[in-house]
Design a binder for this molecule. Sequence first.
Ligand code: AMP
Ligand code: MG
Length: 330
Amino acid sequence: MPRILDVHDLGNPSAIAEAARCLRSGAVVAFPTETVYGLGADTFNPLAIDKVYDLKGRPTDNPLIAHVLDEAQAMRLVAHWDDRCRTLAKSFWPGPLTIVLKKSPDVPSEATAGRGTIAVRAPKHPVARALIESFGSPVSAPSANRSGHISPTRASHVAQDFASCDDLLILDGSSSEVGIESTVVDLTGEIPVVLRPGSITLEMLRELMGEIEQPTLRMQAGSPGTSLAHYAPTTRTELIDRAKMPDRLAELSEPALVLARDVTNVRPPHRAIGMPGIAEDYAKALYSALREADASGCIRIVIEKPDETDGLWAAILDRLRRATRDDEPD
Ligand code: AMP
Ligand code: MG
């Protein structure tokens, strides 16, 4: 089993120092961020980055997000830092917004999966910040799950996915506040493009930046890490409109685990996990619920599709579609 160190409320500075030493020695460390837990390595150490890909089983063409303390550290990684970057960073950093820019030649190509661009984000979680500060340099980190599986929002989720990795250090800083991965905005072109929706919503970005493009799921399928089958349970999972739920559940003879905001229709042999009605709470609960459902031994997971489509619900729907490999309407 990996080693888990409790760092709740930053009450264990020696654990943060130990994790920073691990990063310095070229090892990989799992740590909490406000979005999901990350599997971090020194951005400037190609061998350490390789370990992240090996551990996760991540396709080598899927680039990592470099986690920085602030704008000054971000500027070490990118070719240009312009007014648009300053505006976004002033409004949303530290926080769940990732910016994709042309990379600096100083950044090893391993850290960007060979791309000429790099994704940078300043996380808000105090443990993530303390770790980057103690390490003194950017930390590249994808989500701390086996590739393609559900992202972890608790230290125990990371420990489950990497149960056989005895030398992995996990910092336990309680459950992630946001619960879904960061919004990714590509600023390499004239018009910003949202590559991945998140809790910094399209509406919030439009208010600040004006015109913004958001490709559909299918259009994104060719771009790294955004394939349709992602963030997925291993159990067969489907997304059903609320109005169709009673009929669908009646038709299923084998026991299903149902994720729904209204669980009154769910009767044996099916079981329910109640989901919150408020988007922020739903996002925070989603991955834990999916993991719980996946571990329950049920034959099928049925998710009631939220009716809402705007704001944070757009990001939630994006993750539900990926978890169920469900395509969006044209
Ligand atoms: P993860 O940390 O596992 O949530 O994955 C990070 C995601 O950020 C990737 O799957 C990409 O979608 C996105 N990303 C990271 N670097 C880049 C980049 N250079 N260009 C475009 N997207 C990127
Ligand atoms: Mg991921």
